[in-house]
Ligand binder design. Structure first.
Ligand SMILES: Nc1ncnc2c1ncn2[C@@H]1O[C@H](COP(=O)(O)OP(=O)(O)OP(=O)(O)O)[C@@H](O)[C@H]1O
Ligand SMILES: [Mg+2]
Length: 490
């Protein structure tokens, strides 16, 4: 028996040392569990998850038969957290005999105590009871779920402890309220704020890169660990435009176009959007990682349900989307095109890549009231409104990377792809009309003895202007992005 085993029972820091994964003093200090509720507000990568995993193990180690519930924002995160705890347990003689059941997301210690790691979902949390509840990334756990599903898991235990750790989001919601209560010294709640500069393992160049690529509010939240609302000027789509689109009602008119965004992770959704005459709707949504087969057959079903010629399906082929694309080509009779967000945009001076071009096209369509969105799809509205943009040093529009977002904006991405595809489809039609018009007027002018005038179709027309503003050939430049006039340069 190691000499300081007794101290390890009483002291988390000592326990961590014995297990071989030391905690920094500021990490251990925040997890003394002096009050029922502890809140840790911290930047990215400062050790929130690692500290929670160690704390969960410590609690289980000193309390035979205890139940610890670890709640993460998503499935991948919850697996990672269980993996961390399992790694710590397996590397220390102190925790010999611990058994991991990955299928049940359960780590059981030899004293009968168990740690269960689940994603934040009603179904997974319902019925659980624990004496220690650890919520990781609590700012992006739905407030309702946090209050009405997570917290009640401890209601049977008078001495239970609850820890909510997260990098902050906007100053709203249950995590924010708890953090503020802790700051204000409300009974039973204590808040702790960690700082990036204390985390010696975070490389400064990574922080610099984040500063360059993140919108200022996002940098404040993710790197400074402070609550910050996203500035309106950093959102690609303003909330007001989205709400207006939810009130608009358009008739379906032109040929429909479909967009398919295939889930990358278990917690993401596979989304199919149909757009016709500016009316964009999610027509299929499936949660959880799908095999490509049901997605491809859903595409086939939707295609066959359309009365006219086979409609076009734009498939995001990053990740397993390629498989879906491939399969659809094998099926035959389907019109599919591949979308890759990282490829070159039409206008390389304005957009960093295709994804930026598509989001900007959708932004313009929303800003100029060209799209009608489902008023009941609040998830879509939230996702469209959450994505931010910045400008790189060359003035290209850069859309916030999915990797820096806590929740993949699947619905938003699919709607954006659909709007972009529709804009391009319509722009083909617009260009034909414009050319016809110009040819006609050239012919008319020639008939009246005038010199032919220059064809007015400009190569600088982006798909949106061609599709939605093409008929107003003088006005579009002025209507476009009043906030960013310098970067359209001409
Ligand atoms: N006390 C520590 N000593 C050494 N390394 C640490 C310590 N705490 C955390 N780390 C390291 O920091 C990195 C980030 O840890 P962790 O994933 O727990 O952070 P996080 O705050 O949950 O990050 P994220 O916000 O990305 O979820 C890991 O590589 C981890 O090993
Ligand atoms: Mg983490």
């Amino acid at each position: 028996v190691p000499p300081n085993l007794d101290r390890a029972r009483d002291d988390l820091a000592e326990f961590a040392r014995l297990v071989g994964y030391d905690l920094m003093p500021w990490q251990a200090d925040a997890l003394k569990l002096e009050r029922r509720y502890s809140v840790v507000v911290a930047p990215r990568q400062v050790g929130k998850s690692r500290s929670l995993a160690l704390l969960g193990l410590w609690w289980a180690f000193r309390r035979p038969g205890a139940h610890v519930l670890l709640v993460s924002a998503g499935e991948e995160a919850s697996r990672r957290l269980l993996g961390m705890a399992a790694e710590f347990a397996s590397s220390s003689p102190l925790l010999r005999g611990s058994v991991v059941d990955e299928f049940a997301s359960l780590l059981t210690l030899s004293n009968g105590a168990r740690l269960k790691s689940v994603p934040a979902s009603e179904r997974q949390i319902r019925g659980e009871q624990c004496s220690l509840l650890l919520c990781d990334e609590a700012a992006i756990i739905d407030s309702d779920l946090l209050l009405n599903a997570c917290i009640p898991t401890t209601s049977a235990e008078p001495d239970a402890r609850l820890v909510f750790a997260s990098s902050p989001g906007a100053p709203e919601g249950a995590f924010y309220d708890l953090a503020r209560q802790g700051d204000e010294g409300v009974e039973h709640v204590q808040s702790f704020h960690w700082s990036l500069s204390d985390a010696t393992w975070v490389i400064p160049s990574v922080v610099d890169a984040a500063r360059a690529s993140l919108a200022p509010a996002a940098f404040t939240r993710e790197m400074l660990g402070e609550f910050a609302d996203t500035g309106i000027d950093e959102r690609v789509c303003e909330r007001a435009w989205i709400e207006r689109a939810q009130r608009l009602r358009f008739e379906e008119s032109s040929e429909p176009v479909f967009a398919v965004d295939v889930a990358r992770h278990g917690g993401d959704e596979t989304i199919i959007v149909r757009i016709s005459g500016g009316r964009a709707r999610v027509v299929w949504a499936a949660k959880g990682l799908q095999s490509i087969m049901p997605i491809a057959s859903q595409i086939e079903t939707l295609s066959k349900a359309e009365p006219g010629p086979a409609p076009r399906f734009l498939i995001d082929v990053d990740g397993i989307g390629w498989g879906v694309f491939d399969r659809c080509n094998q099926i035959g009779g389907l019109r599919v095109s591949a979308f890759q967000g990282g490829t070159s945009p039409t206008d390389r001076r304005r957009h960093l890549n295709r994804r930026a071009e598509a989001w900007w096209t959708a932004r313009e369509a929303l800003r100029t009231s060209q799209v009608d969105l489902d008023p009941s799809d609040s998830l879509l509205a939230a996702q469209l409104g959450a994505v931010t943009y910045s400008l790189d040093l060359a003035g290209h529009i850069v859309i916030q990377s999915k990797r820096t977002m806590r929740q993949s904006p699947d619905r938003g991405d699919a709607i954006v792809m659909a709007i972009w595809a529709a804009a391009r489809q319509n722009s083909g039609e617009q260009i034909r009309l414009l050319l016809e018009e110009s040819t006609k007027s050239i012919a008319e002018q020639a008939a009246r003895g005038h010199e032919p005038s220059e064809i007015e179709l400009s190569a600088e027309h982006t798909p949106t202007e061609q599709a939605f503003g093409g008929h107003d050939r003088r006005g579009w430049r002025a209507r476009l992005d009043p906030d960013l006039p310098t970067f359209y340069g001409g």
